[in-house]
Design a protein around this ligand. Structure first.
Ligand SMILES: NC(=O)C1=CN([C@@H]2O[C@H](COP(=O)(O)OP(=O)(O)OC[C@H]3O[C@@H](n4cnc5c(N)ncnc54)[C@H](O)[C@@H]3O)[C@@H](O)[C@H]2O)C=CC1
Ligand SMILES: O=C(O)C(=O)Cc1ccc(O)cc1
Length: 298
């Protein structure tokens, strides 16, 4: 049987944590990339990735990693992306693609685009798939299978169509569905679907920790479905999430404002014993959620 050539020949990954190592495993396993070279300033993480055979080669610097790469994928916290792009872009070969996996997109475009010289194609991406774990030991090849990957070329009309097409084929080869939208739209949607839920999870665990000690141990001891499910996201990496909130400030504050108003309305209904109001709200939200799940399964 004749094997199709990989979508990308040599892939350079800058930041070999959960997402970088998952991309590396998936790309090689499913033919999205032929060879993966990685760089990470944390020598221990780079060594772990090599020991686990999650990458083909560990580079000694950003410049070493990106030389001769067909695609460079930045997989570090979003606050670090501008500095990484400044070091990577001048060492890339003309015609190569520069991309990333950051959870925010407007800030990444603003921080990275100024460093991208003519001849390098910049196509930001966000695989909407992950876990609360971090580090290369937690990466796995099937992470992106059946999940969305959103591409946000800085100017959708002006983006290099060939580069966007190559990125689309790259993510599809790993099992993802691909959508293209503006960075601003991405940030609004992700503020409510991903960033706010993480903020709420961090908050609820913080609230528990501030209770008297015997209370907070009881919460963990008797944690049934609700708290267990809710607190999982609070196990996520603090640096990654610090950067997400600092870099999607406006959209998160807008969603947080709306959420706070809704929570206060509930607080008032509970205080005044407004049974009908509570039941009507819970019925409306339960039905909406069911309808969304059913529509997705249809
Ligand atoms: N964790 C998740 O579920 C998801 C994360 N993302 C995004 O993916 C990116 C990476 O997140 P994770 O893999 O979860 O984090 P992680 O903490 O597992 O890995 C991040 C890696 O970046 C490295 N790094 C830090 N500064 C660097 C620099 N200057 N140059 C090169 N590498 C550097 C760190 O040493 C670390 O190994 C973030 O931008 C995050 O927003 C996107 C989708 C899901
Ligand atoms: O663990 C979970 O449920 C997540 O939601 C993971 C996640 C974190 C950040 C992203 O930008 C996308 C996905």
């Amino acid at each position: 049987m004749v094997k199709n050539p990989p979508v990308i020949g040599r892939l350079a990954i800058l930041g070999i944590g959960l997402i970088g190592s998952s991309v590396s495993r998936a790309a090689r396993q499913y033919g999205a990339a032929g060879e993966v070279v990685a760089y990470d300033p944390d020598a221990g993480r780079l060594a772990t990735a090599l020991e686990l055979s999650a990458i083909d080669r560990a580079a000694t610097s950003i410049a070493d990693a990106v030389a001769d790469a067909d695609m460079v994928l930045i997989c570090a916290p979003v606050g670090a992306m501008g500095g990484i792009a400044a070091a990577a872009a001048p060492a890339m070969r003309p015609g190569a693609i520069l991309s990333d996996v950051g959870s925010t997109k407007t800030s990444v475009v603003a921080d990275v685009a100024p460093h991208v010289p003519a001849g390098i194609h910049f196509v930001p991406a966000h695989p909407v798939a992950g876990t609360e774990k971090s580090g290369p030991e937690h990466g796995f090849a099937t992470l992106f299978d059946g999940r969305w990957c959103i591409l946000t070329p800085p100017s959708i009309e002006g983006a290099d169509a060939g580069a966007v097409d190559l990125c689309t084929r790259f993510w599809r080869a790993m099992g993802s569905n691909v959508d293209v939208m503006t960075p601003e739209h991405h940030d609004t949607v992700l503020a409510i679907t991903s960033h706010l839920p993480h903020l709420i999870s961090y908050t609820i665990v913080g609230t528990v920790m501030d209770l008297e000690e015997h209370h907070h141990w009881e919460v963990f001891k008797y944690a049934a479905g609700g708290f267990r499910d809710f607190s999982r996201l609070a196990g996520s990496d603090p640096v990654m999430w610090r950067d997400v909130f600092l870099n999607n400030r406006d959209a998160v504050l807008e969603m947080l404002g709306r959420f706070t108003e809704d929570l206060q309305a509930l607080q008032r209904a509970i205080r005044w014993g407004e049974a009908d109001k509570l039941e009507a709200l819970f019925t409306r939200t339960r039905d909406a959620r069911r309808a969304i799940i059913e529509a997705r399964q249809a």
